[in-house]
Design a protein around this ligand. Structure first.
Ligand SMILES: [Zn+2]
Length: 411
């Protein structure tokens, strides 16, 4: 094939990759590899193509380039029939699949989530860290070793008993279109961070879940962001309830998150550069193995014998509810604002009352203050006052529970 004909063919395939369905994209990507192999006789393209070629219904290839295996829409993953498995933060995390899935994504997620079995989800945090920018001719085997060292350095700063499971992954990105910041000294050598070129680089990142028996999400985020500084470089999420979609995809919960991490999905839509992106991705991907991608730190608590303090969990839950109420404070009615104030300043108020007991003059002052605060929560609506407890039990049952549990303890 002439150079010109090859360029034309690549352009057509680029269009298919950037505009097609997942299936079309991956099919076109395989054709790019075919073209590249004919041209260069480079074995890495033949290797990347071989698994998808021999993929069949009995024996799935699980290749990240396979139009069927790497396509969540064609997933046949079988799981329990329930749709919402885990809905509240104090519910424990349970592996939710009892079948033996043939898909690598599901198996990978399932294996990793086992370490978090029976742990309250409030102390389990799905995280993503954008670690390094790697040139497309770089060596991922080497980078993954470096990444492992950085992760260990980070995890040693956490509370004893911490657990981490996850995957390293890469995604191609244009240097001038990054949506996160890196400190100047972490940019690839020879690149000016102030005016990066329009060039594809591999962004080496980590998807996983961290359990820390003590730290609040915010504290954990601070520690990670200190180790990996730069705006939007680190994302620490809240483990939400798990939902199984009709197509068998699991999302939201820890297992869903870890399945996502195991998906090894390939982003190759770069307009007319898509065919080149495929070539670059195959090249750089040939420099590491699946084993390089796995990351595991710490033993499950049944092995480590770490105890989780119930009172600490209660504090974390209260803090989270408070954050939730604060987050939509603009929408909250006076009664909810009162709850926020009470939960935030209860210790101070009670301290005030205690001090007032020994001082008859300030007692009057404290009473006036508490009355003002109290009258604020029902606002002008007398019905809220009459039905305060019922109202909260119905509207914010968890919050009401925490509040009414706390008051007798403290007084
Ligand atoms: Zn396949």
């Amino acid at each position: 094939m002439s150079k010109f004909a090859k360029r034309m063919r690549k352009n057509i395939l680029s269009l298919r990759i950037s505009n097609g369905t997942v299936h079309d994209k991956l099919k076109a990507a395989l054709q790019v590899m075919e073209l590249e192999y004919q041209d260069s006789k480079n074995q890495i393209f033949a290797n990347a193509m071989s698994k998808p070629r021999s993929c069949n219904a009995i024996r799935r290839c699980n290749s990240p380039w396979c139009p069927i295996c790497a396509n969540p829409k064609s997933s046949k993953a079988k799981r329990k029939a329930s749709t919402t498995i885990q809905s509240a933060p104090w519910e424990t995390v349970k592996p939710t699949t009892n079948t033996k899935p043939t898909e690598y994504r599901v198996r990978g997620g399932q294996r990793m989530v086992e370490a978090f079995d029976e742990l309250p989800s409030i102390v389990c945090h799905p995280i993503t860290i954008n670690m390094f920018l790697v040139a497309v001719n770089g060596c991922l085997n080497q980078i993954s070793r470096k990444a492992r060292r950085r992760m260990l350095r980070l995890l040693k700063k956490l509370t004893k008993g911490a657990i981490c499971r996850g995957k390293f992954d890469i995604a191609l990105m244009y240097l001038d279109e990054l949506e996160f910041d890196l400190p100047d000294n972490e940019w690839p050598t020879g690149i000016d961070p102030k005016s990066p070129p329009h060039e594809l680089y591999a962004m080496f990142h980590f998807h996983g879940v961290i359990f820390d028996p003590y730290l609040a999400r915010r504290e954990l985020r601070e520690i990670i962001a200190h180790e990996f500084s730069g705006a939007k470089r680190v994302c620490v999420r809240r483990a939400k309830g798990t939902t199984v979609l009709d197509d068998g995809t699991m999302c939201g919960g820890l297992q869903g998150y870890l399945e996502y991490a195991s998906m090894e999905k390939r982003e190759i839509s770069f307009g007319m550069d898509s065919a080149d992106a495929v070539v670059k991705l195959v090249q750089i991907d040939s420099t590491w193995k699946r084993a390089n991608r796995n990351f595991s730190f710490g033993k499950s608590i049944s092995e480590s014998g770490i105890n989780i303090s119930r009172s600490r969990i209660a504090v974390l839950l209260r803090q989270q509810h408070l954050d939730d109420v604060k987050a939509d404070n603009g929408k909250s009615i006076p009664a909810e604002q009162f709850i926020v104030q009470w939960l935030t300043f209860a210790d101070e108020y009670l301290e005030c009352v205690k001090r007032a007991r020994t001082n008859s003059i300030s007692m009057r002052h404290v009473c006036n203050f508490l009355y003002a605060l109290h009258s604020n929560w029902f606002g002008s609506d007398i019905f809220h006052q009459i039905d305060f407890i019922t109202y909260f039990k119905r509207k914010k049952p968890e919050l009401a529970k925490l509040l009414f549990e706390r008051v007798p303890n403290q007084i």
